[in-house]
Design a protein around this ligand. Structure first.
Ligand code: HEC
Ligand code: HEC
Ligand code: HEC
Length: 373
């Protein structure tokens, strides 16, 4: 039920759960998620089960209007009947909230909903997936969830110019809301193999003892999964572990801490790190002794872009779903752009064996403005 993270899109910042109003940027313009509480006037209180199934499977609203694919019905169409029934029962028993989403701000000519029919013809493949008999039950369940309700490709698969996911590049990594969602297949840049156990911990709690913590848009996904059934989270973990099983990036020896080399090359950033970061990330820091992974194990530092590293430093980390857990302060206000760029370049030099990122100051400026590459 929580696998679909309906609340993630259908709750405005500071708003009531499922009452809508959150803006989503698309190639067509800004689309607002609607109210899906059971309020009869402004929500889905008058929707029959049949109408609800039609919306999720075909992207059609109660009055027959075509819905915009910012609503991931191209994934939800893959969900099983019983999953959709459970969702309907769940949503219809939430508190009804009276709230109308703002009017969509779409570019010409996309304000005309019938145009979506062409998109559907090209990109919508309706109906649940057929199980692969050569794979385990967990794997098949995991794939059905990933392709369906969990819509993992919604952020991790690059899109074409019409905003449709490129199925020939499934899980190849993509930009979303100013973050880079890394590849979840053999192109994964993770330097430590993602086992099903590691993924189970990361997806279900937002935290892993082996890689890193979910910080950006993925944190909202893991907050949803924290409320999902353990079996579903395990199935997703099994499926994605199989997709990443042979990723070349994870086959090498563990990256070493190259503190001496990095300190000599980036003296100012080294001092900044010693003052602001080493209490948590330095060798022997209490947090490290409690078993938190070295910065060298996080994927962001090994990616082709410094984007997510800058995001984490600027915005810090909130504790994972429903727990008091490790947190990191946000440095966006206290560090200048120059300091942010310096420390980002320093982390890359110290904790990876990869070449320096080009134009880190440019990336800092872009992240400040909330933009993607
Ligand atoms: C990625 C963001 C996103 C997610 C996740 C999402 N939705 Fe939506 N949903 C939207 C947007 C945007 C619209 C409005 C589309 C439009 O205006 O055409 C919408 C519309 C709908 C509608 C049509 C409502 C109406 O009044 O016409 C229903 C029903 C719905 N969503 C249900 C769900 C359910 C159930 C889930 C979880 C399984 C879910 N959505 C997850 C973005 C999302
Ligand atoms: C709303 C967009 C979004 C959705 C939906 C989403 N992800 Fe993510 N994911 C991200 C972003 C962005 C990151 C980068 C780190 C972050 O946000 O903390 C990420 C990071 C990850 C990572 C860490 C990879 C690494 O090597 O560090 C894994 C694993 C992952 N996602 C799996 C999934 C799975 C499985 C699903 C479906 C259940 C999913 N994601 C759905 C945006 C998303
Ligand atoms: C109070 C403790 C604390 C301080 C101080 C702190 N961090 Fe963190 N940081 C964390 C925690 C906790 C995580 C999540 C990693 C984990 O344990 O899973 C994290 C994660 C990160 C990550 C993400 C790793 C990845 O690959 O996704 C980066 C980058 C990072 N910190 C950089 C810094 C920098 C730079 C500083 C100093 C300017 C700093 N941190 C200061 C606690 C801290």
């Amino acid at each position: 039920m929580h696998v679909g993270n309906c609340a993630g899109c259908h709750t405005a910042q500071g708003g009531r759960p499922f009452a809508g109003g959150r803006p989503l940027e698309t190639p067509f313009g800004t689309v607002f998620a609607t109210n899906i509480t059971p309020d009869p006037e402004t929500g889905i209180g008058r929707w029959s089960r049949k109408a609800f199934v039609r919306a999720l499977r075909e992207g059609v609203a109660l009055n027959g209007d075509l819905l915009y694919p910012a609503f991931p019905y191209d994934h939800f169409t893959r969900a099983s009947d019983s999953d959709i029934d459970a969702l309907y029962a769940f949503l219809m028993t939430r508190p009804a909230v009276q709230a109308r989403a703002p009017t969509n701000r779409l570019k010409e000519p996309f304000g005309f909903r019938p145009l979506v029919a062409g998109w559907n013809l090209l990109f919508l493949r309706k109906g649940p997936l057929v199980d692969d008999p050569g794979q385990s039950a967990d794997w098949n369940r995991g794939r059905a969830l990933a392709e369906g309700l969990a819509h993992c490709g919604g952020c991790h698969t690059p899109r074409n110019e019409l905003g449709a996911e490129r199925s020939d590049h499934a899980y190849d990594g993509a930009w979303t809301e100013g973050w880079y969602a890394p590849p979840l297949n053999a192109a994964s840049p993770a330097v430590r193999p993602w086992t099903a156990e590691d993924l189970f911990a990361y997806l279900g709690t937002g935290l892993s003892a082996t890689h890193t913590a979910a910080a950006g848009p993925m944190a909202s996904v893991t907050r949803g999964l924290a409320q999902a059934s353990e079996d579903d989270v395990r199935a997703l973990a099994v499926y994605f572990a199989s997709l990443m099983a042979h990723a070349p990036a994870a086959q090498g020896p563990p990256p070493a801490d190259r503190g001496n080399v990095a300190d000599a090359a980036h003296p100012e950033a080294a001092a900044l790190f010693a003052g602001a970061c080493a209490t948590c990330h330095g060798p022997g820091a209490p947090m490290m002794q409690e078993g938190r992974p070295s910065l060298a194990w996080g994927t962001a530092l090994h990616e082709g872009t410094p984007n997510d590293t800058i995001q984490v430093i600027m915005h810090g980390l909130a504790p994972p779903a429903g727990r008091s857990g490790p947190t990191m302060p946000a440095y966006g206000d206290s560090f200048s752009d120059r300091q942010l760029a310096q420390i980002t370049a320093y982390l890359r030099a110290r904790f990876t064996d990869k070449p320096p990122w080009p134009d880190v100051p440019g990336a800092v400026a872009r992240v400040r403005k909330g933009g993607s590459e």
